[in-house]
Design a protein around this ligand. Structure first.
Ligand SMILES: [Zn+2]
Ligand SMILES: [Zn+2]
Length: 359
């Protein structure tokens, strides 16, 4: 198929802290099996902000190789329209389809991919952090041949469609928590992802669902989305509150979704013996805690959660039929020219949840 577009507007990261809005960045020639999409919108993720702020996990500590590979285009929470499908493409999308895709492009060959655990692919090619898997803060984006692409109904509002990726990650975290109807569940951090987790945790029908956040406006939405109790650590002692709810034992499950070290300590203090601690966040700094609480102190199950595998189809259905709530989650929309305002708004957090960029 003839190549239709040569250049595009794109936000390009050249080095740590050097983000440039390019007006005429080349659109690469499609290779065999690739798909080109025209971006409708892209959400700004907390990981984009941590990357922008130069987090060590992405850029290394000066002695190690950076995990990112420059120059790259950020953005992985995308909605777009297929404008070109190359020779040899084996999937089922066609020109004109409205699509999104999972953030990781699995290699298909490593031990994890070969055993169905593709989201932990050893190559870790994640959209928006590396040159060969450029992201969606641009007019166009190339989806490599192994991208897991999903159809989005044409009529689904953009403010809902753009939440499919983050809501999928949230579902996976809640699935990891394996909540039952006798559990007291504490969800620490109700930004976009945490609010989605409130939705999914509610579907699991826990005994009590507690949402914790420093921002009261977010806690109000958490209540609307199904939290039984909301607590602000700026106004009360979380450990005491949780223990008073649980005859002094502590919560059964603690889901950490703030990315702040203090929330990790708060969780280890508030959780009961033999409890389950789910870590979802990406941290901008190292976390120090007394590790002995995990073994000798409480014999905890510590579980991690990464991305949203095997979730996209059902999440799309549930967002579309309002099984899960999205009202009020997208708070700001910026043009790509104002990417910096979008990033700053997201970083500030105050008065905003999901910030999206439209090229
Ligand atoms: Zn993300
Ligand atoms: Zn792999």
């Amino acid at each position: 198929m003839a190549k239709t577009v040569k250049t595009m507007k794109a936000l390009v990261v050249y080095e740590k802290g050097k983000y440039v809005l390019e007006e005429n960045y080349p659109v690469p020639e499609l290779k065999r099996g690739e798909v080109l999409i025209k971006i409708e919108a892209c959400g700004v993720c907390a990981s984009d902000i941590k990357n922008w702020h130069g987090a060590e996990g992405y850029w290394g500590d000066g002695t190690s190789e950076p995990w990112v590979k420059t120059p790259f285009i950020p953005g992985h929470e995308f909605v777009g329209e297929v404008v070109e499908v190359s020779e040899g493409y084996e999937g089922d999308v066609n020109v004109g389809d409205r699509v999104t895709g999972e953030q990781i492009v699995p290699c298909g060959e490593c031990m994890f991919c070969q055993t169905g655990k593709y989201w932990m692919c050893d190559k870790a090619d994640i959209f928006g952090f590396r040159e060969h898997v450029n992201g969606a803060m641009a007019e166009y984006m190339v989806l490599p041949a192994k991208t897991r692409i999903y159809q989005i109904p044409k009529g689904l509002e953009l403010e809902k469609a753009v939440l499919i990726e983050p809501y999928s990650c949230a579902k996976h975290a809640v699935d990891r928590a394996d909540i039952s109807n006798t559990d007291v569940v504490v969800l620490s951090g109700v930004g976009t992802l945490g609010l989605a987790m409130v939705n999914y945790a509610r579907l699991r029908n826990p005994k009590t669902l507690v949402a914790v956040d420093m921002m009261d406006d977010r806690l109000e939405i958490a209540k609307r989305f199904g939290a039984d109790i909301v607590l602000n650590p700026a106004k009360c002692n979380i450990e005491e509150e949780i223990k008073s709810l649980t005859k002094g034992y502590g919560c059964d499950i603690y889901i950490e979704a703030t990315g702040h070290p203090s929330s990790v300590q708060q969780g280890l203090d508030s959780i009961r013996k033999l409890g389950r601690f789910i870590e979802f966040s990406v941290f901008g700094q190292k976390v120090s805690v007394d590790w002995s609480v995990i073994g000798d102190g409480k014999e905890l199950d510590i579980l991690g959660s990464h991305l949203g595998p095997y979730c996209f189809d059902v999440v799309t259905d549930w967002i579309a039929d309002n099984t899960i709530d999205t009202d009020g989650v997208v708070t700001h929309t910026f043009g790509l020219d104002r990417w910096q305002d979008a990033f700053e708004q997201n970083a500030k957090g105050e008065g905003s949840l999901k910030v999206i960029i439209k090229p």
